[in-house]
Write a new protein. Sequence first.
Length: 278
Amino acid sequence: MARAENKETAGPVARMVAELARTLRLRRGWTQEQLGHELGFSGAAVSAMETLAQPASDEMLVKLEEVLGEGMGIFEGARKYMRLEKYPVQFQNYSLLEQEAVVLRLYATLVIHGLFQTEAYARALIGGGYPPLPEARVEELVEARLARKVLFEREPVALIEVVLEESVLQRVIGSPEIIREQMQYLAQCARRRNVTLQVLPLDTGLCGEHPGDNGPMELVETPQHDHLVYLEIQYQSLLISDPAKVSTYAQRYAKIRAQALGPRESLGLIERLAGEHR
């Protein structure tokens, strides 16, 4: 659904796409309805895109490239940056690092990490947040989150290590059906050759030591082999590059992994939990 406030908040890529699409449409002498027919969208959808009431979706960008691209690849190239503009502000700078990472080491403490969420789980999570978001914005954020999964298929392949708190697996988001599907998807992810998934048991800390009690973290190794740490909480984020601080987080993450269940045990636990949500 188009929203008037989008016209004020639309980013520079959305504005560039709208202006270019309008210019190329007029060059061909087409009305918005004619372009919509060629794209497989309504004339109203084209109008919303050109006026920024509803910036171009990923699907529309694909069709714009086919119909108006003229072999330039501009609309295709815009897809990555349009997705970037749809992310929450605090995540935008980090998202490109995530997509280009050589290695990701992730620790999630409250919900399933975004890279491993199903569509239904992501929609329930985003739609159930506070303050409530308009349905159009929920769908926009769900689409942007799912788009991050291209990292799993990218070449060269990224190595991904993720540790999930056991409490994350037991927290019902949306419905038992959604959680069952989510557990099944997690099990599929855990079987990927480039993914190592481990679960940190609920009883971690019984001996008086819990290295993960300071919250979630993401450790990134870039293609240039720089090492960074990304932290996010309550819609605020921090990207750390200081080598000494990054080293401390890396040591903490290593301790968390050491206390977690092994990959095979973790997969067994996830499969068992999937069976319980019936």
